[in-house]
Design a protein around this ligand. Structure first.
Ligand code: ATP
Ligand code: ATP
Ligand code: MG
Ligand code: MG
Lengths: 228, 228
């Protein structure tokens, strides 16, 4: 359902060129649960942004659900992003002036889900992320870092996407909260959700079915997790 | 050098009251290196913000370098914050429109350090944080999450503060980068820097001399780390 062929990403800042991805090949099957590990700066977020249609490669091919994304119109790309993908950002990217409830329901509004149904789905998504209903009318700045992270996770899963892309979704969570999130991811995966998860935490990576190791913009290794 | 006596912090959002800290007592001696662990939402960032003079307690006493901070004038508080404290924020709080170099040198400009001296100190601080000189003219948004975190760490230590307050400083770092940061913290501590570090990572907490465990706004335990 995700296919990357010889994907390159070279950022240009003034006269400086930073090759963030240097020929990445990756195939993710429908229903797979894979994780990507690697040093800081090795290209993980860049890779996830390209898979998530938030960025275009400098070179190479990206296919999503069988379609070459460089052939998609602007409207088609927006459709894919709204209906197929759920994204947990490394910096959360919550909307500061909206309440928690309004933040989580954004993907549902994009799909025209009626109000009464939205609240039910928001409450369920927040609970699956390990969050608490008492947060719903708060603003993101009135939550702790780990609470904000769980709101971001709830937003990513509320619309029942095809593919979940999660960039270090447990970085601000204690062991117990991280465990709730990983159990939710595994439950959703067993019901068909495809998951690509970026993490620095080996215990989190071990919850996936396959670990890809990236270094300096290329995938150097692919292995089975160590089941504990 | 830091003393908290029966510190309470109650946030009020409309009619809702959230007790974030409920009677915290803490004594940190000069040159100590302590860490604070606890579940997400337990009050760690709130505690650090109060120690760092970024917030006032609802009740209770905070003493810094022997002075009751509620008796300090606005100018004195600003002086303390600029000269005594270095702060690594959980969300980094880098200034987006400034370059990395300009971000790191902010504490030095506040102290009137001349330009030529500033560049030398910035380069040294960034190297100690495990960063790279190639980042200096970039903007924060052109760096990866873990790179931004190391810039925030460099900014916190560049001015040779008395006390370093670090809120989950390795949350976005791989093992190797986290190790560089912790070795720098230990080196600075052995030269007299007092460190209060908030973390979810037991391996990071084990680098400190004493671990305080907080839950629901109170410190429930204080223990020696498990040396590995
Ligand atoms: N500005 C605010 N207004 C209302 N409630 C707040 C505010 N800031 C924090 N809180 C609440 O206070 C409690 C403690 O928050 P704090 O940020 O100190 O937690 P934390 O231990 O740092 O958590 P984390 O590990 O997730 O970063 C949480 O329940 C949070 O929702
Ligand atoms: N907008 C940009 N302009 C220039 N360089 C960039 C930009 N975004 C990222 N980079 C560079 O591309 C490289 C890869 O960045 P990326 O964010 O993908 O790393 P990462 O693996 O997610 O790291 P981390 O674990 O720290 O989050 C880094 O060297 C970074 O400095
Ligand atoms: Mg990243
Ligand atoms: Mg916090």
């Amino acid at each position: 359902v995700i296919e990357l062929n010889n994907v390159w990403k070279i950022y240009k800042t003034g006269s400086i060129e930073t090759p963030a991805l240097r020929g990445v090949n990756l195939v993710v099957g429908r229903g797979d649960f894979i994780s990507i590990m690697g040093p800081s700066g090795s290209g993980k977020s860049t890779l996830l942004n390209i898979i998530g249609l938030l960025d275009k490669p400098t070179r190479g091919e990206v296919r999503l659900a069988g379609r070459d994304i460089s052939k998609l119109s602007g409207r088609e790309m927006a459709y894919y992003r709204n209906y197929y993908l759920g994204f947990v950002f490394q910096r959360f990217n919550l909307v500061g002036r909206l309440t928690v409830r309004e933040n989580i329901e954004l993907p549902l509004i994009a799909r025209g889900v009626p109000r009464s149904e939205r609240l039910r789905m928001v409450v369920k998504a927040l609970s699956m992320a390990g969050g608490d209903e008492s947060w719903l009318e708060k603003k993101p700045t009135q939550l702790s870092g780990g609470q904000q992270q769980r709101v971001a996770i709830a937003r990513a899963i509320v619309g029942n996407p095809l593919i979940l892309l999660a960039d270090e979704p447990t970085g601000n969570l204690d062991r117990a909260s991280a465990k709730v999130v990983m159990e939710t991811f595994q439950a959703l995966n067993s019901r068909g959700l495809t998951i690509v998860l970026v993490t620095h935490d080996p215990e989190v990576a071990n919850c996936s079915e396959r670990i890809y190791v990236i270094r300096d913009g290329t995938i150097i290794e692919s292995r089975e997790p160590v089941k504990s």
